[in-house]
Write a protein that binds this ligand. Structure first.
Ligand code: PLP
Length: 449
């Protein structure tokens, strides 16, 4: 329900940032770590639905959703009610030491989304990176092997274990010394830049061959490899979907060699692609699934969902103080109910609607090289020249800035792409508005070429 003071569409009434926003920016500069990125000067004051307002009363259509987190929109009434009710009953007890019903309740809902629910168990953490850390430890513990294989372009987090897997931007790793040993990266199937000219459906066969014929024969014997970890759609890397056959091939290799297949659904999961998990489109059965971001509409909780045959560690082998916090779980349960009750279908429907209108951007705009994704996970790649595919990070940044000044929040992704990852609640009117703003913003960037 939108109240009289609220809006569904952007409303910009000051220069940006406005005076009250500027005060917050100056305040922040005085106290906060300079490592925060902040691509443009947006200051959030309150949010509702797909809109966030700044302190100056400007309303922005949010196609960033807090990095694909606010899946049910901002402050969905059912999520707010669940959080408030739970906060009045029990805020914390430490599931590491004591039982509380909320943990198995959410675990039950999560395993219901797995191919064979009875085969899985769940561990809760606080963030995506913590899920990744736990999954690395579990894979090593279960296999008694230590080698890990990840992909160039992938992002799995910033703590030292997950950072060792992350191979997105060197600024994320530079200066932090020696990372985890035994990690090898291999190329990710990136159809738009496929050296062999394969399509979005067929790119990646040579990577499978490289893994089996080069990595396994020259670097690590497969029986030394604990896990392969993959994002079914690279998030930070540029919203790049892996072809379905590629995920199936990884599953085949893992099954053949007793390697744990970890699928990182932290960004792509929770209904965003029109199914619970992006890997569902490939019909595979991962050994461990990682989730965070969209699971609880903004409350900090993550989980790794692992096959029971793998999750066989001893009490005390892994733990956490806050993971499975009752308030976060209440939010997650309300979020999952909303996703199942219509938002996942909406992501598919409105996602298809958007793709129908933006698929031809490479034909209509000379700086757009590629449009890709699934559901409401839409990536747009910017190039200086469509023939050479020279990456145009500056043009991408200009489009983001132009969109911001028109009231649309987006985020960069990869070196030269924009990600559109709105809340799963958006309707066609809001999609049309975002498309119009993006088109104006691209046209404006092209004018200054
Ligand atoms: C695929 C993926 N895995 C892991 C992470 C790390 O999550 P967090 O920032 O919650 O630690 C991210 C964050 O962007 C991600 O996109």
């Amino acid at each position: 329900m939108i109240t009289a003071s609220e809006t569904k569409l952007p409303r910009i009434s000051t220069a940006l940032p406005g005076p009250k926003s500027q005060l917050v920016i100056d305040y922040d500069k005085k106290y906060m770590s300079p490592s925060y990125l902040r691509d443009y000067p947006f200051v959030a004051e309150r949010g509702y639905g797909a809109i966030v307002e700044d302190p100056d009363g400007n309303a922005f259509l949010d196609f960033a959703a807090g990095i694909a987190v606010c899946s049910t929109g901002h402050c969905h009434p059912k999520v707010v009610e669940a959080i408030q009710k739970q906060a009045a009953e029990l805020i914390h007890i430490a599931g590491n030491d004591f039982y509380h019903r909320h943990m198995p309740q959410l675990a039950e809902q999560l395993v219901k989304t797995m191919p064979k629910p009875q085969d899985y168990r769940v561990f809760f953490g606080n963030s995506g990176t913590e899920a990744v850390e736990g999954a690395i430890k579990l894979a090593r513990y279960a296999t008694r092997r230590d080698k890990l294989i990840a992909f160039y372009g992938c992002f799995h987090g910033r703590t030292l274990g997950s950072l060792s897997l992350t191979a997105s931007k060197n600024t994320q790793r530079k200066g932090f010394g020696t990372l985890l040993g035994g990690v090898e990266h291999i190329p990710y199937p990136y159809a738009y830049r496929c050296a062999l000219g394969h399509t979005k459906e067929t790119c990646g066969g040579e990577i499978i061959e490289f893994l089996e014929q080069q990595i396994f024969k020259r670097l690590f014997a497969p029986e030394e490899v604990a896990a392969i970890i993959v994002e079914p759609i690279q998030g930070e890397g540029g919203f790049i979907p892996a072809p379905l056959f590629f995920l199936q091939e990884l599953q085949r290799i893992c099954n053949r060699h007793g390697i744990v297949l970890i699928v990182d659904e932290v960004q792509a999961g929770m209904g965003r692609t029109g199914k619970w998990w992006a890997y569902d489109h490939a019909g595979i059965t991962p050994d461990i699934v990682l989730t965070a971001k969209g699971i609880a509409s903004g409350m900090p909780i993550s989980a790794f969902i692992a096959k029971e045959s793998i999750m066989q560690w001893k009490p005390g082998a892994h733990g956490t103080t806050y993971g499975g916090n009752p308030v976060c779980i209440a939010s997650a349960l309300a979020t999952m109910e909303l996703i199942e009750g219509g938002l996942m279908a909406n992501a598919q429907k409105v996602g298809d609607y958007v793709f129908g209108k933006v698929n031809d951007w490479p034909q209509r705009f000379k700086i757009v090289g590629d449009v890709r994704g699934k559901g409401l996970m839409i990536g747009v790649e910017f190039v200086r020249d469509q023939k050479t595919k020279e990456k145009a990070a500056d043009l991408r940044d200009r489009v983001i800035d132009n969109a911001f000044h028109r009231g649309l929040l987006t985020l960069g992704s990869g070196e030269n792409s924009i990600r559109l990852s709105p809340p799963l609640i958006i309707d066609e009117e809001q999609a049309d508005c975002a498309i119009r703003i993006m088109e104006e913003s691209i046209r404006e960037a092209e004018k200054n070429l």
